[in-house]
Design a protein around this ligand. Sequence first.
Ligand code: ADP
Ligand code: TRP
Length: 322
Amino acid sequence: MQRSLTGIKPSNAPHLGNYLGAIRPALRLAQEYESFLFIADYHALTSLRDAAKMKAYTYDVAATWLACGLDPRTIHLYRQSDVTEVFELAWVLACLIATGQLERGVSYKDALAKGEAPNAGIFTYPVLMAADIILYDADVVPVGKDQLQHVEVARDVALRFNHVFGGEILHVPEAQITEAPLVPGTDGHKMSKSRDNGIPLFAPPKKLRQVVMKIVTGGDPLEARSEARGSTVWELYRLVASESEVRAMEESLRRPDFGWGHAKQVLYEALEAELGPRRAIYDALRADEAELDIVLQEGAERVRPIARETLRRVRGAVGMRA
Ligand code: ADP
Ligand code: TRP
């Protein structure tokens, strides 16, 4: 069975962009692939310096995956930091990645562009991410568009390793851009934890409605609604509604008595239909951190032998005791 793998950073509670761009597609893939879904806490450490938040967001992400339908008996769910073998592989890979490739890294360039003084963790972010992927011989990596470059680094270094050390030692992964590669946030830009434009996944219905009503539409409530298509409300709606429902919204928006406020109400109801049933499950799971710890630790125990086997091949190939 082929393997699919993806990670989410516990740098905040997951938002709708994470759900539509990563969680939902990854869970769909899990029907065909052996799936590895992990919490990238060491990646979060590049920007998060608050132990209480790190813990809380880790449980938020774990409970989100489980509430969205992940069955921990068949899908491997684990913390990145529970399988420290990843660092041994990261070092080996770092020795094969040119600094020039890391200098072209999007996260690193972004930090520089914002005038920040990026830490070495941000610079070497793609190295650790390549190790995350290669450690488990992943075939496909479902991610949003923003992560494509990172998966390319993983591909490049696996190919280089095999070329340099001779043979098919490392598996070469492939990115799979998901059906929602760039979910817009309430301000129309990419929904992101670092911008204040997220639609929370499991906030109470009232809060969810409030945020949906904040979506920027650029037109008067009842006038000047030119085209639904391409608007943020439409972009979000088509990810949670059927084709006929989307067409119905387009039609309605051409009517003089149906404005953006109405369209947002329709969007809110569709989101509530998708997320509402999972909210209670999420709340129950999130309330039991000890149980979440058990699930995550069991996941790590299950994947560790795979990590060790990859390292055995790698150590042998580079001339160390395997
Ligand atoms: P953020 O970008 O908000 O910090 P992460 O970097 O933790 O979120 O992203 C976790 C996963 O969710 C990645 O696969 C990423 O591509 C996906 N993702 C994040 N934001 C979006 C978005 N707006 N649209 C589509 N996918 C997204
Ligand atoms: N960098 C990813 C993000 O910010 C999270 C991540 C870490 C990841 N390691 C990964 C995603 C390996 C896919 C595969 O979203």
